[in-house]
Design a protein around this ligand. Structure first.
Ligand code: AMP
Length: 474
């Protein structure tokens, strides 16, 4: 199918062509004609599927008719995070370049003044995080009874972040007759209840994130000691032994994000932190620097990392195993986008067995171990910060890949939402010759003994999941 067949205007088609898109993604194929018809949509899709364009493109055409009135936005897009809101706004700018639509972004952490000025002039599209929108509403600066199209993006994340009461409140201020487009990657009961309440006779669309998302992500696991300093040491070893162009490193807690970013910087890595406690200006600046390649490693929480679209992200590291299995899918979905190969490496300690098992169940495969000395070194006993060998080789230029012994699997997995997750397959047999640089020849391909024979550093208390032969699970 082509974009021309979807019923979009010439102006939007022109903008889409300028963006370099040749073909609509599956969600765009399904959603765009329905949105143009005025139907409600229940979209089961995660970022990376082309979801944003699936609602922004038809919205631009719908909103092209009519004019905005002061303080009365004509459409409202609710997102859980400021970064996601900013990203959607960027999409409107790109796709709406041949239209004259006005847009405002209401996100926390930015001063009210310019936001109010824009609202006063009247906006066609209002993109907001729930808290800031309620703030404006309660101060009488905005009227929501002119909203004809409502988009709720990443509803499951809204739930995780405790925004559901705010969302329900906001929706109660909207006209009952409106078009609602509701997106979520997963549908726990609370999200299902919300969609039942907000949507009228919706068309359900479920897409697998194959086209521009984690199409080709290699997953690997590294066992580490649980002591924080040793875990950081383990991470540094892996960063030094991998061909990392740029990486998002996820921690479960904000304070660990700060500590890890500081520690990496101290050890000469180009790193910065991104989390919800930072002022918005710092968040925006950090993200821009990361996207521009000025910063190589961005250490983030789920909140800050959610939905980020970073072109050509080579690696995602899970410094902590996520507590909610669904977060693993969101985290790794930042890499392997738009057809590029991605790499997801997770550090797991003895205490993580339960969470790791849940993740493996969700993705329908056991995550193979990242074999070799770097990983084994990661699991070894204490090596004091800053004393590991080869510090000076840390920021080595990228070398060619193809040295993995770990298997890659093709799996089509049903997530709890019924979303299919597909990862590309193929077992790599290529190994690296021992003379190709010290750190490199340490994958399983170059090893003499199978990785699962022994787990260095965990003594006799090795959890079963670490002992499993990844090859047998394929
Ligand atoms: P999203 O799922 O909205 O976060 O989009 C993920 C990425 O896919 C973004 O970088 C978009 O620019 C890109 N994208 C969206 N639609 C298409 C398309 N039809 N062809 C190629 N890339 C696309």
């Amino acid at each position: 199918m082509t974009f021309e067949e979807l019923g979009l205007s010439d102006e939007v088609l022109h903008a889409v062509a300028d963006a370099g898109y040749e073909q609509p993604t599956p969600i765009q194929e399904q959603a765009i004609p329905l949105v143009l018809m005025g139907r409600d949509i229940l979209g089961c899709a995660q970022t990376g599927t082309g979801k944003t364009a699936s609602f922004t493109l038809p919205m631009i055409d719908i909103l092209a008719q009519g004019r905005a009135r002061a303080r009365m936005p004509r459409s409202l897009i609710l997102t859980p995070t400021r970064e996601l809101a900013a990203q959607i706004a960027e999409n409107f700018v790109i796709y709406g370049k041949y239209h004259k639509l006005t847009m405002a972004l209401l996100i926390g952490g930015e001063s009210f003044g310019p936001q109010v000025e824009k609202l006063d002039r009247g906006v066609d599209v209002l993109i907001a995080t729930p808290g800031r929108l309620i703030d404006h509403f309660e101060r009488g600066r905005i009227l929501l009874n002119g909203v004809k199209i409502l988009v709720i993006d990443e509803a499951d994340r809204m739930l995780d972040m405790g925004f559901i009461p705010d969302v329900e409140r906001i929706v109660s201020f909207l006209p009952k007759i409106r078009q609602t487009l509701f997106f979520s990657a997963t549908f726990p009961p609370e999200v299902r209840r919300l969609s039942d309440n907000f949507l009228i006779n919706p068309k359900e669309i479920t897409v697998s994130p194959t086209v521009s998302t984690a199409e080709l992500v290699e997953h690997f696991l590294v066992h580490t000691p649980s002591k924080d300093s040793e875990k950081r040491e383990a991470l540094r070893r892996i960063l030094s032994s991998e061909d990392v162009k740029n990486a998002l490193i996820f921690c479960n807690r904000k304070r660990d994000v700060d500590t890890l970013a500081r520690s990496l910087k101290r050890h000469g890595f180009s790193a910065a932190a991104l989390h919800g406690d930072m002022v918005q200006a710092a968040r925006t600046e950090t993200l821009a620097a990361f996207k521009a390649g000025t910063i190589t490693y961005l250490v983030a929480t789920d909140v800050a990392g959610r939905g980020l679209d970073i072109v050509g992200l080579s690696h995602v590291f899970n410094f902590d195993v996520p507590i909610h299995a669904g977060d693993y899918i969101h985290r790794i979905g930042r890499t392997g986008r738009a057809g590029a190969k991605g790499h997801a490496i997770m550090l797991a300690t003895r205490a993580d067995g339960k969470y790791l098992a849940a993740i493996q169940k969700l993705i329908g495969q056991d995550i193979p171990m990242l074999d070799g000395a770097a990983a084994a070194g990661a699991g070894q006993g204490p090596v004091k910060d800053g004393t590991e060998a080869g510090r000076e080789t840390r920021n080595k230029p990228a070398r060619s890949r193809g040295r993995r012994g770990g298997a890659r699997t093709k799996t089509t997995t049903k997530t709890e939402a019924g979303t299919k997750t597909e990862t590309e397959a193929g077992t790599k047999t290529e190994t690296e010759s021992p003379d190709k640089g010290g750190r490199r020849g340490r994958r399983s391909g170059a090893r003499q003994e199978p990785a699962h024979d022994k787990v260095v550093g965990l003594g006799d208390h090795v959890p079963a999941f670490l002992m499993r032969d990844p090859k047998k699970s394929l």
